[in-house]
Design a protein around this ligand. Structure first.
Ligand code: NAD
Length: 342
């Protein structure tokens, strides 16, 4: 295995283990970035790429989970799994993967991420209890996290627009699981939508809500009160930031800033940026509540806490004269350091 402690994306990770099974034909990594605040929570991504790419991804994603979970004040650290090769007998692979999660003794809690399904989580649950993302029971937290993520983003958008979206124009980039639910919430309270997607079927669903459509490569430029990135990461970069048509950015996509410098670029352009991991914590809030056996009411209270927290981050950024993503990172680091001291 590649030495992860000398890897450029290494960031004080506590552990990285190779998982998989040659006979079953699957391979991957579990990275535990931090357990300072609790077991390392984060989904399992299934993606077809090289071992080296998977290691880079798992190191970066697990670190991101530490920050997201700490910011959301969850009793969880950060971790992630990436499976970069999947065998023909998928259920058997996940059963074996479950054994490998179990062997970590609860230091890592898995759930769905890109490429994984509820059926996969069920297969894992046959070998370990350190798994979430299973179908929910009445009144309990669980199930598809996307509507919960969308709800948190929606509250943040409302807060950033002074409490109401009525008559305001929102440009939504990507109307998939989260983006579409967000569009429903926005139109439900009288917002005007301009949307873009590269998936025609997803676009049709959003059009049925009355949304106007912009080309996928121009959505960030349209004149709007707020731009909401809900597709892939790195959409805020050297090229797109000078072209932004809205003065506020708030969306669900992970890793929206291509580089740290892009956070500075947004400030220089007078754009208010709502740091992604502050805003999009709804999914992990849902997963954490499911794992901890909490109710849907607890999830609702935690989702409602996201927007006030975002406003505090933006105030701290202003007070300290730093970009919002830097203010968010500082809050998280202080929280983790305090937990370590305690
Ligand atoms: P998804 O795959 O269901 O939706 C993404 C949508 O973006 C798809 O419709 C896709 O066609 C579209 N898209 C891809 N490239 C595009 C482009 N260049 N321009 C416009 N549209 C494009 O994914 P999702 O679950 O809705 O997640 C969306 C984002 O939010 C991702 O970055 C994800 O990591 C993040 N996120 C999701 C959750 C969750 O609960 N699902 C939680 C936290 C963060």
């Amino acid at each position: 295995m590649i030495n992860w402690k000398t890897h450029p994306s290494f960031n004080g990770h506590e552990d990285v283990v190779a998982v998989g099974d040659d006979a079953l034909g699957f391979a991957g990594f579990i990275a535990i970035h931090s357990t300072a605040l609790g077991p390392a929570g984060g989904g399992c991504r299934i993606w077809n790429y090289s071992e080296a790419e998977a290691l880079t991804d798992v190191l970066r994603l697990s670190r991101g989970m530490t920050y997201k979970n700490a910011m959301a004040e969850l009793p969880m650290g950060g971790g992630k799994a990436v499976l970069y090769k999947m065998g023909a007998d998928r259920a058997a692979c996940f059963a074996k993967f479950g054994e490998q999660v179990e062997a970590l003794g609860g230091r890592y809690i898995t759930a769905e991420d890109v490429g994984a399904s509820v059926a996969d989580m069920r297969a894992i649950a046959g070998s370990t209890s350190y798994v979430a993302g299973l179908p929910k029971e009445a009144g309990q937290a669980g199930g598809d996290p996307s509507p919960v993520t969308a709800q948190g983003v929606f509250y943040c958008i409302k807060a950033l627009l002074g409490g109401s979206v009525q008559g305001r124009t929102i440009a939504v980039q990507g109307v998939g699981h989260v983006g579409f639910h967000l569009c429903e919430l926005l139109t439900g309270e009288g917002a005007k939508l301009i949307v873009a997607d590269v998936n025609a079927a997803n676009l049709e669903r959003a059009k049925a809500l009355g949304a106007d459509v912009a080309p996928a490569d121009r959505i960030h430029t349209v004149a709007a009160d707020l731009f909401s990135p809900c597709a892939l990461g790195a959409g805020l970069n050297e090229r797109t930031i000078p072209e932004l048509g809205a003065s506020i950015v708030c969306g669900a996509a992970n890793n929206q800033l291509a580089t740290e410098a892009d956070g500075e670029r947004l400030v220089a352009r007078g754009v208010t940026y709502a740091p992604d991991y502050v805003v999009n914590a709804g999914g992990i809030i849902n997963v954490s509540a499911e794992y901890l056996g909490e109710t849907a009411d607890v999830v609702d209270a935690r989702i409602r806490a996201i927007a006030p927290r975002l406003l505090k981050v933006l105030e701290a950024a202003k007070a300290d004269g730093v970009p919002p993503h830097v203010a968010a990172d500082r809050i998280v680091r202080a929280r983790i350091a305090a937990a370590r001291r305690a």
